[in-house]
Ligand binder design. Structure first.
Ligand code: ADP
Ligand code: NA
Length: 307
């Protein structure tokens, strides 16, 4: 199998999760014995998914001057990722403070921390330190400043890398910018927001993909949770990929696993259909496991799932 070279430009977060009976009112303190510390961030999740699938992965991102930085770096490294493109910024690493109530309701405060300090210059430096060859891939999301996203797209074009852009969270971008992505990937709610229609199944997903294609990318992919995914490409037409039927335990990082594995598996030249299936299998393994980055499978895990 061809080894894909991937530069991921994106976020790294520490997720601090407290499971509570009820969330505190103003001035109230609640206690809980149930807390978890997870490494996350779409960028780091996707980098780990791609690295565990066997791609050569370099992560470009920012961590803070704190103890979390060490952990964020270590998890990436132990998955085989190259961390030489991580820069350290003053202040805290990115964090997400999450409460989960007994009825399953989530409340999330995102502290962007170092992620919001990742600059175009950081990207430029990391990418010219070891200039990867044409035919590589750039994987990028929207959890870093838009000017940095734009610069990453620019670097990719200059170097002849294909761009896989997870347009999440959805932020306003100038018309035409989405055309800078060779592949645009969104989930159903992001798709709904982007194209201004209710996306809830394969049929509405296909319509959303077609609208997205009009904005210029070569391919659009909409993921639909347990309903699978739909992709439309000017070169390969409509590709519907069912989800594998599994008993879901924790869907955290499913979308990031899908994207990272897709990016790692697809050579950018041949039909992406098989890689979409492999991505779907990897995401299915992820949802059967508790946790976030811990639940992202290796290539071997995916192969044995498919046997
Ligand atoms: P996100 O996490 O970004 O919202 P999705 O929920 O759409 O992403 O999930 C991404 C992919 O993960 C889906 O296209 C599907 O292949 C897989 N997946 C998600 N949930 C399930 C599930 N319950 N069972 C099997 N596969 C799933
Ligand atoms: Na999981």
């Amino acid at each position: 199998m061809l080894k894909v070279d991937i530069t991921v430009v994106g976020s790294l977060n520490m997720d601090i999760v407290a499971v509570v009976d009820h969330v505190p009112q103003a001035g109230e303190t609640v206690k809980t014995p149930h807390a978890h510390l997870y490494t996350g961030g779409k960028g780091a999740n996707q980098a780990i998914a791609a690295a565990r699938h066997g791609a050569r992965v370099r992560m470009v991102g920012a961590v803070g001057a704190d103890a979390f930085a060490t952990t964020l770096r270590a998890v990436l490294q132990s998955s085989g990722g190259d961390v030489s493109g991580l820069v350290e910024k003053r202040g805290p690493s990115g964090m997400a403070l999450i409460t989960v109530e007994s009825d399953g309701q989530n409340r999330i405060v995102v502290c962007e921390g170092a992620n919001r300090m990742l600059t175009p210059r950081d990207v430029e430096r990391a990418c010219s330190a070891s200039p990867w060859p044409p035919g590589s891939a750039l994987v990028v999301q929207n959890e870093i400043p838009m000017e940095t996203v734009r610069h990453a797209l620019d670097v990719a074009h200059r170097r002849g890398w294909r761009v896989i852009w997870n347009v999440a969270p959805v932020v306003p971008v100038e018309a035409g910018l989405l055309g800078e992505g060779d592949v645009i990937v969104v989930n159903e709610s992001e798709a709904s927001e982007l194209v201004g229609m209710d996306v809830a199944d394969i049929e509405t997903g296909r319509m959303a993909c077609e609208r997205l294609l009009k904005l210029g990318p070569g391919m659009a992919i909409v993921t639909l949770g347990a309903a699978g995914s739909i992709a439309v490409s000017s070169a390969w037409g409509i590709m519907s990929t069912p989800a594998y039927q599994v008993v879901p335990v924790d869907t955290t990082a499913a979308g990031d696993t899908f994207l990272g594995v897709f990016a790692a598996d697809w050579d950018g030249v041949t039909s992406p259909e098989r890689s979409l299936q492999i991505a779907s299998a990897a995401a299915a393994v992820c949802v059967t496991r508790q946790g976030a980055q811990d639940s992202i499978p290796t290539r071997e895990d995916v192969i044995s799932f498919l046997k």
